[in-house]
Write a protein that binds this ligand. Structure first.
Ligand code: HEM
Length: 183
């Protein structure tokens, strides 16, 4: 049946052959494109957030530039003391309940360890991922802004240089979506 059709239409065989080659070539192109897109997606997923990029060879990490664990612990100590008595934050009943438990010492350890780890220091954070840690608190954008503001106040107080302060603020700011769950 197919043979008969070929014989009745001279040149059809070549056309089918050309078409088959076209399909194979196009198929290969699509496959190549798919592989390139998959590789690009894998590279993107493996990359750290821009705010947490690793320093180039020979450059000091943000952790080192802000004074390592002593520098970070000192700033967190100052910051957390002010957060615990902040009126806007304590207007959120879930946050106030945490502050009323008076667990500042442990909280300071957790926040210090988180900052150490996320600025390129040793891996030492034993706490929850930030989305899980804040989910029950129903934190608003305004509350997040208040915390960012208090962070800036602490960095000015400790004379953190502009470059490092910008990097710290960008790092903290990049977690807004993980922390804010109430609009
Ligand atoms: C980028 C900004 C923030 C960072 C890096 C951060 C960091 C942390 C860390 C490391 C913990 C401990 C997690 C654990 O218990 O395993 C925590 C818990 C907590 N954070 Fe944040 N936080 C941020 C923003 C905020 C904001 C905006 C608020 C609003 C008031 C807030 C309030 C709290 C409270 C109340 C807890 C204790 C939760 C509990 O024990 O039930 N945080 N945060």
């Amino acid at each position: 049946m197919i043979e008969a059709t070929f014989n009745e239409s001279p040149g059809l065989g070549e056309k089918v052959h050309e078409l088959a080659i076209d399909i194979i070539v196009t198929g290969r192109r699509v496959l190549r494109l798919f592989c390139a897109a998959t590789t690009a997606a894998m590279v993107l997923v493996a990359m750290p957030a821009a705010a947490e990029e690793k320093p180039a060879a020979g450059e000091k990490s943000l952790y080192e530039r802000v004074g390592g664990i002593y520098g970070i612990a000192a700033t967190v100590d100052d910051l957390v003391d002010r957060l615990y008595v902040n009126g806007t934050l304590n207007a959120n009943p879930a946050v106030k309940a945490v502050h009323d438990r008076q667990g500042q010492a442990g909280f300071k350890v957790l926040v210090t360890a988180w900052v150490v780890e996320h600025t390129g220091g040793p891996k030492m954070y034993p706490g929850l991922p930030l989305d899980k840690a804040h989910a029950h608190l129903k934190i608003t954008d305004r509350e997040f802004d208040v915390v960012m503001n208090e962070c800036a106040t602490t960095f000015y107080k400790f004379n953190v240089p502009k470059k490092e302060m910008d990097e710290l603020m960008a790092l903290l700011g990049s977690y807004r979506a993980a922390v804010v769950t109430s609009k």
